[in-house]
Design a protein around this ligand. Structure first.
Ligand code: ATP
Length: 572
């Protein structure tokens, strides 16, 4: 397919906010693709160059794009900047500057190859080389394509749908309705690569999915917890359970591949890790390369929570200390200052075999047999019980130990990716406790109001947050105007500044009277606590969170993982 034709599809999608229409347009597009075009098209539709687990970002600043547009189309950066200021949209400006009469014939795969080559440029002088290549690329595109390529380069394509809509569209393309969506989703969760999935399914149909299984190096969607309030309810639903500490660290999925080079008598371990959002995080954990060797001669996928500890006292450290590893620099220094302990609670794959369909009790046995150094890698401790009283006292003990609570897992459950079923339940607060809600809420920042009075200096005085509704809608939950420290207000403003939206994003459903001064794209996830969820005619979530307080920014979560409107019922 010509890239220009693909750009026309993007324009059609951009023109509608209706998910069903988007699904049909995507299905039509999928049916016109050659097999080799399917993978690149999926990534481009999501505004990406490669899957998130490859960790390759475009990294090309706005001012570089301005330079590229100027150089490509015989203008000057000043002129482009001026026009951009007027339009508020750099992609649109670039499109306008590009001569409309020019037609070009480049295929999706041609353009995709150029984009990947640009993204892979690294090292000294790479910015200049990237610039030169972007200039060349822009000159090979018609004006509509320029618009979308600029968005992709700026990582701002945002067509208002996610991979979930692609799953719907795949089913639609193949069978004319959404009946195979569930099957697609189940398969996708085990090997989180939408491009590969789309290709397997569009080329071979359902049969293609049968062979689409866990693969070392490609993340599995992590299992998450449901919420129940009391241990009685938990035992009623789950019968016999494993109860484990709920560590307050960061989720890590570790993929370990062992290579043996026999004639050289060499052994080599390749370790890759993925976050809760299935992004590659390997560079954050240099200590793993050595630590995994203790596990013996195996290929493995392990599921765990990593928590910082004080090397002098051996005590676990708070979340804020653990996540310092997220910094791109000084990782080596931090790995000495704040070493991590990986509490391994599950094994999902071993030596070529997927274990996710085995009962948890069997997976725990396999895990238990793996030797660990007990310092960097350690098996997470648990009790097995079917007694609500025992569960209650275990939970209390965890809180007394300064942990977040307990995770309760059904004794013989299979590993269920995502937040489904009743395999995993979190036990944070009991109904009788002081806290009025059983859990905090993860919401997305939708926009903000300028600050008045004292807040004037921060440039933000309140912000609007939302939860996930049906069909990828974002529904408002509350306006947060108190409970932030001065530093948090400053941080919020800085974060918002990076994702300001020119218009209200299409999937935001907001009552007019609640429209903020500035809209922001759905990128910043915050964890908020509150006193109560009350019915609300003003908030589109149908309920409002009373006395909201910011707990922390949740960089480990993506907008696709925020609390859903349905889940609010479990929390209240
Ligand atoms: P929260 O916001 O409550 O920390 P969450 O929304 O990130 O949790 P949940 O599904 O509520 O995710 O809880 C599961 C998370 O708890 C896991 O992603 C993991 O990071 C953490 N965790 C800590 N200890 C355990 C454990 N023993 N077993 C499983 N998950 C654990």
């Amino acid at each position: 397919m010509q890239f220009a034709t693909f750009a026309q599809y993007l324009a059609k999608i951009e023109a509608t906010a209706k998910r069903n229409e988007i699904t049909v347009i995507l299905a039509e597009l999928f049916n016109k693709l050659e097999p080799d075009e399917i993978e690149p098209t999926c990534w481009l539709l999501l505004g990406r160059i490669l899957p998130p687990y490859e960790g390759l970002e475009f990294q090309f600043a706005e001012k570089m794009v301005i330079r590229a547009v100027a150089r490509a189309f015989d203008s000057t950066p000043e002129k482009v900047q001026k026009q951009y200021k007027e339009s508020g949209d750099l992609a649109k400006t670039a499109q306008e500057i590009r001569d409309k009469s020019i037609e070009v014939r480049k295929s999706i795969t041609d353009i995709y190859a150029v984009l990947t080559a640009i993204a892979r440029e690294s090292g000294e002088g790479s910015q200049e080389r990237k610039l030169a290549k972007v200039v060349e690329l822009l000159q090979e595109l018609d004006s509509l394509s320029v618009r979308y390529i600029v968005r992709i380069i700026l990582t701002k394509l945002r067509l208002g749908f996610s991979d979930m809509t692609i799953l719907d569209a795949l089913s639609w393309a193949k069978v004319g309705d959404k009946s195979e969506r569930k099957l697609l989703e189940d398969t996708y969760q085990l090997k989180f690569d939408i491009g590969k999935l789309a290709k397997a399914y569009l080329v071979h149909g359902k049969n293609g999915l049968e062979h689409f299984d866990i693969e070392l190096g490609i993340p599995i969607q992590p299992a998450l917890c449901q919420r129940l309030k009391t241990p009685v309810e938990m035992i009623e639903k789950m019968k016999k359970v494993f109860a484990e500490s709920k560590y307050d660290g960061t989720r890590v999925q570790i993929h370990i591949q062992r290579l043996e080079i026999r004639d050289k008598k060499l052994e080599k371990w390749t370790v890759r890790t993925f976050t809760r959002s299935m992004e590659e995080s390997s560079a954050q954990f240099p200590e793993l390369e050595k630590a995994v060797q203790a596990l013996g001669k195996h290929d493995l996928i392990l599921d765990c929570e990593a928590v910082g500890f004080d090397p002098k006292t051996n005590k676990l450290l708070p979340f804020q200390e653990t996540i310092q590893r997220k910094r791109k620099h000084d990782v080596a220094e931090f790995s000495i200052k704040v070493p991590l302990r990986f509490f391994i609670f599950d094994v999902l794959y071993k030596d070529g075999k997927s274990l996710v369909r085995l009962p948890l009790s069997e997976r725990k046995e396999i895990l238990h047999k793996l030797p660990m150094d007990g310092k960097t890698l350690t098996e997470s401790k648990f009790i097995i019980t079917d007694s609500p009283d025992e569960l209650r006292s275990y939970h209390k003990k965890q809180l007394d130990l300064g942990l977040e609570g307990a995770v309760i897992k059904q004794y013989d459950s299979v590993y269920q990716p995502g937040r489904r079923g009743w395999s995993w339940v979190k036990f944070k607060e009991e109904e009788t406790s002081e806290a009025k809600l059983s859990d905090t809420i993860d919401a997305v920042v939708m926009g903000y109001w300028y600050g008045k009075g004292k807040r004037n200096k921060f440039g933000v005085g309140a912000f609007l947050i939302g939860v996930a509704g049906k069909d990828e809608k974002i529904l408002t939950l509350t306006k947060v105007g108190t409970g932030l420290s001065d530093d948090q207000w400053r941080e919020l403003k800085e974060r918002c500044g990076k994702v300001v939206a020119t218009n209200k994003p299409a999937n935001y459903h907001v009552n007019k009277m609640l429209a903020p001064d500035v809209w922001v794209d759905p990128e910043i996830v915050v964890e908020v606590a509150g006193d109560e969820l009350t019915k609300s005619p003003n908030h589109t979530a149908g309920v409002a969170l009373r006395f909201p307080r910011l707990v922390r920014f949740r960089d480990d979560k993506k907008v696709e993982q925020i609390t859903t409107q349905k889940e609010l019922a479990q929390i209240s």
